[in-house]
Design a protein around this ligand. Structure first.
Ligand code: C5P
Length: 218
């Protein structure tokens, strides 16, 4: 089955989620938010009080978890039947996700779950290793990034809009720490695929990023 796949990899806050969702909607393709899968696993092990170094238990949970995504106007993610949409977005969930994402056995356990998102219409896959590991044969590959400060400012604005108290310096430090962990890890580090188109969105609007990515597909 020759399914068209567009991979969008890059660091957190580069706008991958928004851009991927808009493109998937325009093209009528399925959307994979692979970060949400790592985040769901982080939630599950926290709830089950499994330590981050207990690899065999984390793998068991990874293989058993039942995840369900609904992509209507409002996104809904159900983990084992429970709505976890808001919990997934928490800073702490992202930090735990980034730690367990360094474990090769965990990455291997989540591989098939991600590949199952491939559907006949097409797929937009958003993550860190979509173009390098999960879908190396994808037809279209993009590496979307932005400066750490731009990404921190975007995150700061998002939190403020939600009425959540936020500190720009702390967010910048967290982003830099997560970037470093994601880029320097031994397995599936955050690197552009050799055949990816590199886009720096620091001074671009979402609409212009979407237009540039769509021009690759059309
Ligand atoms: O993209 P998001 O911020 O939701 O991802 C949370 C964490 O999950 C990332 O910091 C990264 O460590 C990990 N991740 C990954 N591979 C992916 C997607 C996410 O390692 N494909």
């Amino acid at each position: 089955m020759d399914v068209p796949i567009l991979t969008l990899d890059g660091p957190s806050g580069a706008g991958k989620g928004t851009v991927s969702r808009l493109i998937a909607k325009q093209l009528g393709w399925n959307y994979l938010d692979s970060g949400a899968i790592y985040r769901a696993l982080a939630l599950e092990i926290t709830e089950k009080k499994i330590l981050q170094d207990n690899i065999s238990e984390i793998v068991k949970v990874a293989l058993a978890m039942d995840l369900h995504f609904e992509c209507g106007d409002d996104r809904l993610v159900k983990l084992n039947g429970k709505d976890v949409t808001n919990l997934l977005g928490l800073e702490n969930t992202g930090n735990i996700a980034s730690k367990i994402a360094t474990i090769s056995e965990v990455r291997a356990a989540l591989l098939q779950k991600q590949r199952d998102f491939k559907q006949s219409s097409g797929l937009v896959a958003d993550g860190r290793d979509m173009g390098t590991i999960v879908f190396p044969d994808a037809k279209y590959k993009v590496f979307l990034t932005a400066s750490a400060l731009t990404r921190a400012e975007r995150r700061y604005k998002q939190l403020k809009q939600k009425g959540i108290d936020a500190n720009l310096l702390k967010i910048t430090a967290d982003i830099q720490e997560r970037d470093q962990r994601d880029s320097e890890r031994q397995f599936a580090p955050l690197v552009p695929a050799v055949d990816a188109v590199y886009i720096d969105s620091s001074t671009m609007s979402i609409q212009s990023v979407v237009a540039e990515v769509l021009s690759l597909v059309h």
